[in-house]
Structure formats: C-alpha cells, structure tokens
Design a protein around this ligand. Structure first.
Ligand code: SF4
Ligand code: SF4
Length: 433
C-alpha cells in the first residue's frame, strides 16, 4: 500500500487508539460475544489486535469483516477497561473502512438507499409505516397472516419480530399531536423531545407518555417538527457521511427553540445524539453548535430525576427487574437514575438481574442480521432473568424491549411475564386526574 493510503487507513481505522490496549483481558468477561462464541477473535482484545494487524498490513482487511460484523457495539468492554481504551472509536473506524471497501450488489445498494437515506430520515414515511401497521392489525389481516403461518416465510426471521411488535397508534392519534405541551402547575424547566424514527412510528404511545410524564414533573415540552432520525443505524453500518448530515439537521431543528434539555427516551438514539460533537469535530461551522446540542441532550430518566423524581406517581404493587440499554449504560453512562426512579415507587419490589449490564443481543439490527447469534445471547440473558421472579422486565430502549419480548416468547412465559419501557411503566402510575 502506498505511504499516503496507509496513513489514511490508519487514521480512519483508529490505529492510534489500539496502543492504549495493554492486552490485560479485563474486558473479556464483560463481552457477550466472547462468552457465547468463545473465540479470541470475537473478544474486544482480539478485535483490537485484528484492527492493528490490518493497519500494519499483516492481515487482509477482508479477514476483519466477520469479527467486526459480529460485534454488538454494546461497549461493555469500554466500561470494563482499566486503561480507558476507546474501543468504540476503533469499532466505528473499522466499520467505516469495511463499509467503504465492500463490493455491494445493486440490490443491496438500492435497499440501503431506500431504508437508510429515504425511509428512516423521513417522519412522513415513518408515520406512513405506522399507519400501514395500524391498518394491518385493525382490518384483521394480521390475525389471518399469523393463523396461516405465512409469517414463517418472511426473510431474516422478520416473521418472528412481526409477532411481538406492539399495537400501533391510530392515525387520528398521530394527527392530534401538538407541537407544545405546557407543564402541569408551575414550570420548572422547558424541554424539547427527540421523538426518534422507530420510536415515533412503532412506539408512538411511549413518546406521548414521555410528554405526559414530563408535564407532570413540571416541564413545558416542545416537539420540533423538523427533527429527523438520529443516525445511529447509519453510524453503526459505517455510513458516517449520512450520519453527519442527519446530525446537522437535528442540531438545526433543536436550535430553533431555547430549551433547558433535549430529552430522548431511547438509549441507542440518546448515545448517538451525545456523539454529535465527535461526529462534527472536523467541521468548524458545526463544532460549537454540536457541543451545545450534546450538553443539553439527556435521557428521560436523568431529566425526571433532576426535576425532583416521581413522587407524583401512585402506588401499585409489582415485582420487577431491569434490563438496561447498553448505550445508555456504557456510552451515556446513565446507570443510577432509571433504577432510582423504579426503587422510589411504593409497592414495587425491585430484584436485580445477574449481569444486568450485559447486552441482550438486540444491538440495533443485530438480532435481525445475526439472528442465531443474538438468540444465543438472549438465552443467557433469560437464564439470569428467571431467578429474579419478576413479572415485569423494564427497559430503556425500543430494541431491548422487543428483544425482551422475544425472550419471554422463547421461554413460553407470555402469561406470567411482560416487558415494558420505563416510561410506560411509570405512566401506569400517573394519577387519573
Ligand atoms: S481493551 Fe482494555 S480491558 Fe481489554 S485487553 Fe485491552 S486494555 Fe485490557
Ligand atoms: S462492543 Fe460489546 S460485543 Fe463488541 S467487543 Fe465490546 S463487549 Fe464485545
């Protein structure tokens, strides 16, 4: 490889970061893919070594593809690392280099263009998807399809996911959404809600519950209409260029309103929002604007806690456990607030799950593209969930929520256990008046 090309590769792939790793192996017990796949190449330390070898031309780039694609990106290794090795940066660099070098078929390119560049960034398309899913359920088509077994024919095991997606909101509910919701009583803060693409199309009611909770906690809530997808799926698939464009659109949309916080309720989206300053660090016009956006971006649990907790909620008895979102835990470093909110509720018995901070195997679209690996990781998770005797698994991200629903189904526990987003769980305790 020519000198300049090698320099560029090393810069892009995060070669400099690899020297922070001292090979101690403290990250190995934290890594779910090392646990289930049992190979050094599928551990954090192994992947870092492979990246280093590619950057030193000791190994072909193509040999890096499988170990990197099989990484969940959960970043539990970053939390476990005593030398603070930035594995996330190394992974992101490797994903970008692999994406740039991939010889994609015309159909793959077209699918990516439609899904990533057209579908996810458009709130109209995402709402349209919600309308279609609503019609699919309400016309009885869903029941007929499930009864006929046609879901088994869907590619990538999508039929299995079809059976666990929640009931979509009615078009009239979406239409009724306002752009501003005032606080109940005296306002303590003014916030803007990041609604997300999948959250708003598939978990619309969770977004509405988020607004209601914030209002009860004393926040005025704005919903900027020009906001778009956070770009997490783009970043994770190596399409950093499009991720930067989405970051700029969101910064612009939220700058138009002067708020104390930009609130999100999805760990994966929230992590991406807090990476905007890194994503745009080389663009002078955007650097400061991105930093200011990141400073205001917060998970709903943090904002509720900062606004004084949830003492306005009513008592209801329930045995629960908590499956934290990896990106909330290991990227945003939010660990105490969700649990504190749960434990502050009277009537709730909280039983912690062993290894709760380990990924459940959802990881964006990992459970779709690497279904079998994701299910193996999920089975380990469920083996830790069962001894808690919880009737409710609380999560903080839509992907984790669906994965937990999948785990409940695989274990045949549908009649005794449910999975629910933290926001919906808290909202069930809102006073009726
Ligand atoms: S990534 Fe960190 S914890 Fe893992 S081997 Fe390297 S230095 Fe040790
Ligand atoms: S990001 Fe998660 S799956 Fe990937 S190496 Fe780190 S701990 Fe393992």
């Amino acid at each position: 490889m020519k000198e300049q090309a090698l320099k560029d590769l090393r810069e892009k792939i995060g070669y400099d970061y690899t020297f922070d790793c001292v090979q101690c192996g403290y990250c190995l017990p934290a890594c779910p893919t090392y646990e289930t796949m049992g190979k050094e190449t599928h551990s954090p330390r192994g992947r870092i070594n492979l990246v280093k070898m590619v950057a030193e031309e000791k190994m072909a780039l193509e040999d890096l593809r499988e170990p990197i694609e099989k990484c969940l990106g959960c970043q539990a290794c970053v939390t476990a690392c005593p030398t603070n090795t930035q594995y996330g940066r190394i992974l992101e660099g490797a994903q970008e280099v692999l994406n740039d070098s991939e010889k994609k078929s015309v159909s793959k390119k077209l699918t990516e263009k439609i899904v990533f560049d057209t579908f996810f960034p458009s709130s109209k398309w995402m709402a349209g998807f919600g309308h279609v899913m609503w019609g699919y359920e309400k016309t009885g088509l869903q029941k007929a399809v499930r009864k006929s077994g046609l879901t088994k024919l869907a590619p990538l095991n999508l039929g299995k996911f079809e059976e666990i997606i929640p009931s979509p909101a009615a078009p009239k509910e979406r239409k009724a959404r306002k752009t501003y919701y005032p606080a109940k009583g005296k306002a303590k803060a003014t916030v803007a809600l990041f609604t997300g693409c999948i959250m708003d199309s598939t978990f619309f009611s969770t977004n509405q519950n988020t607004i209601t909770l914030l209002n009860h906690a004393g926040a005025n809530v704005y919903i900027p209409e020009a906001q778009t997808c956070c770009g997490a799926l783009h970043s994770h698939s190596g399409d950093v260029k499009q991720a930067r464009e989405l970051a700029k659109s969101n910064i612009k949309a939220f700058e138009e309103i002067n708020v104390d916080f930009v609130v999100n309720n999805a760990g994966g989206c929230g992590a991406q929002l807090t990476e905007y300053d890194h994503l745009l660090s080389n663009e002078a016009e955007w650097r400061d604007r991105a930093r200011s956006f990141v400073e205001k971006s917060k998970d709903i649990s943090t904002v509720l806690w900062e606004l004084g907790g949830v003492s306005f909620l009513e008592e209801k008895e329930e045995v629960v456990t908590y499956q934290p979102s990896c990106h909330l835990t290991h990227v945003q470093k939010v660990t105490k607030e969700p649990k504190a909110l749960i434990q502050a509720l009277s009537g709730v018995v909280f039983n912690e799950m062993k290894d709760e901070q380990k990924c459940c195997g959802s990881a964006g679209i990992y459970n779709i593209v690497h279904y079998d690996d994701a299910m193996e990781i999920l089975d380990v998770k469920m083996s830790h969930m069962k001894p808690t005797k919880a009737h409710t698994i609380i999560t903080t991200n839509p992907g984790c929520l669906l994965q937990m629903k999948m785990g409940i189904k695989r274990e045949g526990l549908e009649d005794s256990v449910r999975a629910v987003h933290l926001v919906d769980f808290l909202s069930e305790r809102l006073p009726l008046t």
